[in-house]
Design a protein around this ligand. Structure first.
Ligand code: HEM
Length: 414
């Protein structure tokens, strides 16, 4: 194996099997300059985990990745600007603060999330009562997380088709590692549409705030000032997208991982404690976000490789999570894994890196936990005999990855 034989990241070969490529990178070139994206691919667990926590690796890269479509968001900010704005939304995503806006009073955050999510889960699951194979993605996973975040933002679920169109465009734009100008333009058009939709809503909620998250953002004070309409729109548009595509793909991977060997599904059915492990192991084995980007604030090194100031660095989460120096037998989906603690899998102390780490650690991790648990639980109860309707569906995508469809039979074929 030589470095010269390595393909480029944006190639059909890598898209077909990124894990073979990642294994080569980890062994031969752990900070590897890639021509197709014009940046350094960092593949080892230890390096990726450090980069998320080291301020030399800034999130300025999001200026070209996200700004055309969202405007300036949390992800691009650092220091006080970031912490003050993150602090506006974070109480709504964990702990007792959820009580402030949810119509349901509950004693703890998990219960509140679960109830909100459960309402959506049951409505969707109930209408799937049929014998023909269905696609879990188009019938369930593409809707459910968007409904949940739409509820939290106080949006009308009737506009779901519009949100879905936006977030699929946004995901294409933020996955645009090759910086295709047409996609950047498409992002700008979508941003304008999102603004047109949200600005009047923002103004109404500021005048007459409700219990929802848009009202909370529109009326919050940051350092004595209210956020502008522009800032709140960027925030809302990030939440809508960050909360949809990631959870949607995780559902697809979780069901594919469990149903690929029906014995796994049966084990989880018999012992619900295993569900937390199944979700945590899915986040390690099949993280929906496979790659994040950073930009170096100064010249630095990763491994023995010198990286200049202003360089783009790509953190390969999909690779780090399968680094054999961190996880034993990493290419195996293992419900009995001892080197992955399920109970910290949704916190900054997680062993896997699916939610990133450090300052920008996923704001919605606890919400995602609630959605994944309640959504899966609904299927376990209502369709205990759930099976794949064919072989394991292939994963697609490089930046974001997961199965695009998961055909299943809700009951065993008679
Ligand atoms: C399984 C589901 C999810 C995964 C795997 C995931 C993954 C991630 C990752 C990797 C980051 C870090 C990005 C970086 O450092 O460059 C992140 C940040 C973020 N996520 Fe998630 N996410 C998920 C669900 C959600 C949900 C449900 C929401 C909210 C509704 C959400 C909102 C956010 C926000 C706002 C940030 C930016 C935080 C900041 O910059 O401080 N995510 N997520």
């Amino acid at each position: 194996m030589t470095v010269r034989s390595l393909p480029v990241l944006l190639s059909d070969e890598v898209a077909a099997d990124p894990h073979a490529f990642y294994a080569e990178l980890r062994a031969a070139s752990p900070a590897h300059y890639d021509d197709s994206v014009g940046g350094y691919l960092v593949s080892r667990y230890e390096d990726v985990a450090r980069i998320y926590r080291d301020p030399t690796f800034t999130t300025r890269s999001y200026a070209w990745q996200l700004e055309p479509v969202h405007g300036r968001t949390l992800l691009q900010m650092d220091g006080r600007e970031h912490s003050r704005r993150r602090a506006v939304a974070s109480p709504h995503f964990r702990g007792k603060g959820l009580d402030r806006w949810l119509p349901v009073l509950a004693s703890n955050a998990a219960m509140v999330i679960d109830q909100l999510v459960e309402r959506n889960a049951h409505r969707l699951v109930d209408r799937l009562d049929q014998d023909e194979p269905i696609d879990l993605m188009t019938e369930f996973a593409n809707y459910f997380p968007v409904y949940v975040i739409a509820d939290m933002l106080g949006l009308d679920r009737g506009d779901h088709a519009t949100f879905h169109r936006w977030y699929t465009t946004v995901v294409r734009v933020i996955s645009n590692l090759g910086r295709d100008p047409e996609l950047i333009e498409e992002g700008r058009r979508t941003r304008a549409e999102i603004r047109e939709f949200f600005v009047p809503l923002f103004e109404r909620r500021r005048r007459e705030p409700g219990e929802d998250l848009i009202s909370a953002l529109a009326t919050a004070e940051v350092d004595g000032f209210r956020m502008t309409a522009e800032e709140v729109c960027a925030y809302v548009s990030l939440l809508l997208v960050a909360g949809a595509e990631t959870t949607d793909k995780t559902f697809g991977s979780l069901f594919a991982n469990l149903l690929e060997e029906p014995e796994r599904w049966e084990r989880v059915r018999a012992d619900r404690e295993l569900l937390t492990m199944a979700v945590a192991e899915t986040l390690r084995f099949s993280p929906p976000t496979q790659i994040n980007t950073r930009e170096t604030a100064e010249a630095t090194t990763v491994g023995a490789v010198e990286i200049p100031r202003g360089a783009t660095v790509l953190t390969l989460i999909g690779s780090a999570n399968r680094d054999p120096n961190r996880f034993r037998d990493p290419d195996r989906f293992d419900l009995d894994r001892e080197d992955l603690a399920p109970n910290t899998a949704f916190t900054g102390a997680a062993d896997h890196l699916a939610f990133g780490a450090g300052r920008h650690f996923c704001l919605g991790a606890m919400l995602a936990r609630g959605e994944l648990h309640v959504g899966t639980e609904a299927f376990l109860r209502r369709y205990p005999g759930l099976r794949l309707a064919g072989p394991r569906p292939p994963d697609v995508g490089v930046k974001m990855r997961g199965p695009s469809s998961v055909p299943v039979r809700l009951r065993p074929a008679s």
